[in-house]
Design a protein around this ligand. Structure first.
Ligand code: GLY
Length: 396
């Protein structure tokens, strides 16, 4: 899918994201983080807030499948941008809970080991060089490989291995496999690299439709590994484009390019981001499914918007300056980020302990609808850090 005329016109014009605006937004985010830091040392924010407030949960306890890592990741980002020890102290303290979680195999029988261990433990290793963090994250990578399915060449997302009802990959896994690429680089064990490469190639061949929209999940035959059909778990319908899934593609395929340097991921990225930008509503922040527009009365998903901004910033490193789309994508990222900063933060809601409001966890399940979601807060922070600290080294 190409950018349509309207999108080209709209994002040919830039909006200024001044340093002053970005630092003010960072200041507001840090004030919330400072308020939360006492509450979330042994506990972690629940995946989504309840009336704007995250209750505390334990790492790997009830409610936590895949999201603890984001709070620790927010602390690492806060440390990297401010160099204030208080953030590092809590983030480093939390390593113990991730280590126990993987040692005891507590709530890790799913593919979300990257979401859990990259912003928390790989980040720890990248920032501090901790040997304990390295060992812990490699253990998580090793466990992730147990979900690899030879038949079909993919990492099974959820449920009992080999059960036909669960024999599928999901697009979100694009953000889990960097754990395998990293583990391969750090240990020299090619197994991790090969599994990650096979998985992302399978995802590239299945979840992206001809028009650049994406399936959330894709099923494979248990006996033969043959690709069977796309479907959704959190989107509006099997044939719609769930906004966050599309955003996992916008960030995930650039990450595949980072490790594999295969140009097909640049082309794939362009298809996916073009579709996404063509569907953006008036204020540049997507609805929770790209099927919906400003007349729909549906909720936005600010978390998808923040993820997409990070993906656009990541891929812009690899686009040539004479690529006419490069400027359009960057301008679009600026437009989206400005809208998030101006309209969607909790700065005027002193009650809320989240950063970014109006996210949706899962509308079909009625979970976390129009709430703060902890990954939305994380990727909003990551986007701010990316804009403000050009030499920031990506955790993913
Ligand atoms: N990875 C799960 C989600 O995006 O909700």
């Amino acid at each position: 899918m190409e950018l349509n005329e309207k999108t080209v016109k709209r994002y040919s014009e830039n909006v200024e994201l001044s340093k002053e605006m970005l630092y003010r937004a960072l200041h507001n985010a840090l004030s919330k983080i400072d308020r939360n830091i006492e509450d979330f040392i042994n506990l972690f924010p629940r995946p989504s807030s309840v009336n704007g407030i995250y209750p505390g949960i334990s790492n790997g306890g009830e409610w936590d499948d895949w999201t603890s890592g984001f709070w620790t990741g927010i602390l690492w980002l806060a440390y990297e941008i401010t160099k204030e020890e208080k953030y590092k102290k809590v983030a480093a303290f939390q390593l113990k809970s991730y280590k126990e979680r993987i040692e005891w195999k507590n709530a890790v029988d799913h593919h979300d080991l990257g979401f859990l261990y990259i912003p928390s433990v790989v980040a720890n290793y990248k920032v501090t060089g901790s040997e304990e963090a390295k060992i812990t994250a490699v253990m998580a990578a090793e466990h992730l490989t147990t979900r690899y399915r030879e038949k079909g060449e993919f990492i099974q997302a959820w449920g009992e291995l080999g059960n036909p009802d669960n024999h599928r990959l999901i697009i979100d896994c694009n953000l889990n496999i960097p754990l395998l690429f990293w583990a391969s680089e750090i240990t020299g064990n090619k197994k991790y690299y090969e599994i990650a490469e096979k998985h992302v190639n399978t995802a590239a061949q299945t979840v992206v439709r001809e028009d650049g929209s994406t399936f959330h999940t894709y099923y494979f035959d248990v006996e033969t590994g043959k690709p069977l059909k796309g479907s959704t778990a959190q989107g509006n319908s099997d044939d719609s484009a769930w906004a966050r899934g599309q955003a996992w593609g916008i960030y995930g395929f650039p990450l595949a390019y980072k490790y594999l340097k295969d140009k097909k991921f640049i082309e794939l990225y362009k298809k996916i981001v073009n579709y996404f930008l063509n569907k953006l509503p008036e204020d540049n922040v997507c609805y929770w499914d790209l099927f919906f527009d400003d007349n729909s009365g549906e909720e936005k998903d600010t978390s998808a918007a923040a993820i997409a901004v990070c993906g656009i910033l990541e891929m812009s490193k690899n686009l040539k300056d004479d690529d006419s789309n490069k400027k359009i994508y960057m301008n679009a990222a600026n437009h989206i980020m400005k809208s998030l900063i101006e309209k969607y933060t909790t700065k005027n809601d002193t009650r809320s302990n989240g950063l970014l409001k109006e996210a949706v966890y899962s509308k079909p399940h009625g979970t976390g609808v129009n709430e703060c979601c902890i990954w939305g807060d994380y990727f909003y922070m990551e986007a701010l850090v990316r804009f403000l600290k050009a030499d920031w080294k990506v955790y993913w």
